[in-house]
Design a protein around this ligand. Structure first.
Ligand code: ADP
Length: 501
């Protein structure tokens, strides 16, 4: 943990451009994460969104329909009483006129009947066939009511609600015949403003309550669905983090999940066990094959080298063919060695000969070795005092040579490679720096994975993608830590941290 902190601190002390660029990258990553979240919420293909939309639609149709049905029913109940009342007046009116007109003229009789049946809210008037008003309720003499009601055209036979300048009237008109005499049309109007206002307020409250109920219901259902989907999300996150070499330790454990999801998790677990077994067999096979191939290939390479050294009568073409064969054989031997190392680490058979090492001397030696097989400028800045750590000297040399080899492979021939050694607090810090192609921030997190290679087109030098994963395994196996800081087209620095003895 402490080592990781030191490596992290070192990374933060890198040049300004690295920090600025990684900050902007971080911001970009944050924005991308937010956009991804929004996309997830609006993702119409997800079960969560689809279920929520369908349930919300069903709730809206159901509750909306119920509210609409209730309103229509209420309106019907409210008006039907008034309608019956009006029908009763319309039926009774000719009889009343007939009774009155036994003593007085028909016209006067009609007026009397109007007076006896009119109230403040129930108004009656008669229009003759010429459209003139022959009799009307007293209240219709008032300008404000008279001007509104008497001018209404096309009054229906069946009572209907009319909105007249903010007041509501139930109106109907029926032909009036008394003793076979046509008196024209009888108009009836009932003021239902108060009832109608009450009804409209009720409808408004009902609509608001319905909308709130739909929103609350949809939100609760959406939350419930979201909650129910969590175990699935957990399975997905867990499986995403399971690496091939940790298959045997992976286990999906869900506490509170629906039984269907628990069943899925159990099936996943069983599959992981089968995968772990298959992986183990594959590892064994790889280890055995690597071992069996390495020895004959080393012998072949040795013979080719010897022919090249001693064969004085070889033609140029033969020499070139043998050189290519030797380098390919060496490359394959190296690959087999890497595979064997990994197989050893995986099976726990990798043993480290931990001993006290003076890093200044070891690095000096490694730089000397590296210079032998590369004509690159390799500079090295040692610490002023001796730095001693505990590690396996053979493996540490392998690590440093591997990093130098990468630095050579991924940088231009004219650029130098620098090694640095320094002490910070209780830690020894070794750095391998190059001014090469660099590694993007995105890729930096993955280069220590097995078989990972940054964009093949950038990798001019052949490789297997195993080097850095072995380096990391070896460094960590010896009790150290490795990290990288890099900037595209500027260069990379690999930092190894070991605790001092
Ligand atoms: P390889 O055999 O491909 O070199 P490694 O595990 O050593 O495999 O490296 C993994 C990838 O990391 C390489 O393919 C390369 O793209 C990148 N890489 C490693 N070292 C450097 C470096 N010093 N500069 C730029 N890229 C590097």
């Amino acid at each position: 943990m402490k080592l990781a902190n030191v490596a992290e601190k070192l990374a933060t002390e890198k040049q300004q451009f690295t920090i600025v660029s990684s900050k902007s990258n971080h911001n970009r990553a944050k924005i991308a994460a937010k956009l991804n979240k929004v996309h997830n919420i609006l993702d119409t293909t997800s079960i969560k969104v689809r279920l929520t939309v369908v349930i919300a639609a069903v709730a809206a149709i159901g509750l909306g329909g119920l509210a609409a049905g209730t309103s229509i029913r209420m309106q019907h109940i409210l008006i039907s009483t008034h309608k019956e009342n009006m029908k009763y007046i319309a039926d009774r009116f000719p009889m009343d006129v007939e009774i009155y007109s036994e003593m007085i003229p028909l016209k006067e009789g009609a007026r009397r009947a109007i007076d006896s049946l009119s109230t403040e809210n129930k108004l009656i008037w008669i229009k003759n066939s010429a459209g003139e008003i022959t009799a009307k309720s007293q209240a219709l003499n008032k300008e404000e009511i008279g001007s509104i009601l008497l001018t209404v055209k096309d009054v229906p036979l069946i009572p209907q609600v009319q909105d007249l300048k903010g007041s509501y009237w139930l109106m109907c008109a029926t032909p009036l015949r008394v003793r076979n005499a046509n008196l024209g049309q009888l108009y009836l109007a009932h003021n239902i403003t108060e009832d109608q206002m009450m009804f409209l307020n009720l409808i408004r409250s009902l609509s608001i309550a319905t909308v709130i109920a739909i929103i609350v219901m949809t939100t609760m259902i959406a939350l419930y669905i979201h909650h129910s989907m969590q175990p699935l999300k957990k399975i997905s996150q867990l499986t995403a983090t399971i690496s091939a070499d940790k298959l045997d330790q992976a286990h999906i454990h869900l506490d509170q999940a629906p039984s269907e999801v628990k069943e899925l998790a159990e099936t996943f677990d069983k599959m992981l066990i089968r995968l772990a077994e298959a992986w183990e067999h594959q590892r064994e096979l790889l280890s055995n094959v690597s071992h069996e191939l390495r020895t004959p290939l080393t012998i072949i390479s040795g013979y080719i080298q010897s022919i090249l050294r001693r064969g004085t009568n070889l033609s140029e073409m033969q020499k070139e063919a043998l050189t290519t064969a030797a380098s390919e054989a060496d490359r394959t031997v190296q690959l087999l060695q890497d595979l064997l190392d990994l197989a050893r680490v995986d099976s726990g058979r990798m043993k480290f000969q931990q001993e006290k090492i003076i890093l200044n001397d070891l690095i000096q030696e490694v730089v000397g070795m590296a210079k032998q097989y590369s004509d690159r400028t390799i500079t090295w800045k040692s610490a002023s005092s001796f730095i001693t750590i505990k590690a396996d000297s053979h493996r540490l040399k392998q690590v440093l040579l591997n990093l130098i080899d990468n630095a050579v492979k991924y940088s231009e021939t004219r650029t130098p490679i620098k090694l640095k050694l320094e002490q910070r607090k209780n830690f020894a810090i070794i750095q391998v720096c190059d001014r090469g192609v660099g590694i993007s921030l995105q890729q930096q997190g993955r280069i220590f994975e097995r078989f990972f290679r940054v964009d093949e087109s950038r990798n001019r030098a052949g490789g297997t993608g195993l080097g850095l994963s072995i380096v990391k395994t070896l460094v960590e196996g010896m009790g150290g830590n490795i990290s990288v800081t890099s900037q595209l087209n500027e260069g990379s620095t690999f930092t190894i941290v070991f605790p001092l003895v």
